[in-house]
Write a protein that binds this ligand. Sequence first.
Ligand SMILES: [Zn+2]
Length: 257
Amino acid sequence: MGEARHPNRILRGMTNDQLETMPSDWQRALAVVAHPDDLEYGCAAAVAAWTDAGKEVAYVLATRGEAGIDGLAPATCGPLREQEQRASAAVVGVDTVEFLDHKDGVIEYGIALRRDIAAAIRRHRPELVITLNHRDTWGNTFWNTPDHRAVGRATLDAAADAGNRWIFPELTEQGLEPWNGVRWVAVAGSTSPTHAVDAGPGFERSVRSLLEHQAYIKGLTDEDPEAYVRTFLEANVQRSADRFGGRPAVAFEVFSR
Ligand SMILES: [Zn+2]
């Protein structure tokens, strides 16, 4: 649906440019993204704040990011990136990290992906689901990747699939009862954010969390890893500050259910 056909967004844009505070009346969140590092590039400060508050957050990754480092063959890269992802999750208080083993770079949006994500939602029974930008671009002419689009869209769809007993009856046969308790799907990195979390308390841990992706960052830039990570994450949380009372923030586009 185009922006022009979305009256709520038009209204919000015209009357209230501020981002709302993210809902906090929930206990369990499940983050579903395509690759190791997707959550660390912007979301980890919010996750740290949530786990500090005693909430449970689990991560599900569609791939092991095995096609993500040019100088490293997938068979070596996959296990290494899995290890880095588990370490970066632990920094922000997340102990549960699962992999769906779709193929990095060529994730297909479709029934199989929706079923795998619906199964994860039924296993974890979250009230809040997090995913990454499902839209075509990151804004302007920065094209998004097919993996992010596929996983983002399938996650938005699977939040409903998980609650319907008749869509994937094989999941019920496996003992995964329907879960219709997802109240929000929050999309990080969206071009149309609506809500935000104060990035202050979790910011330093978000830096250390992204730094755990050592091999990936080494393959990406010759810059000092900490300088690179800090510059990126600072810019990310500052981008939303003027819409969040001047506070650095992690922004999300929240779809209520
Ligand atoms: Zn990614």
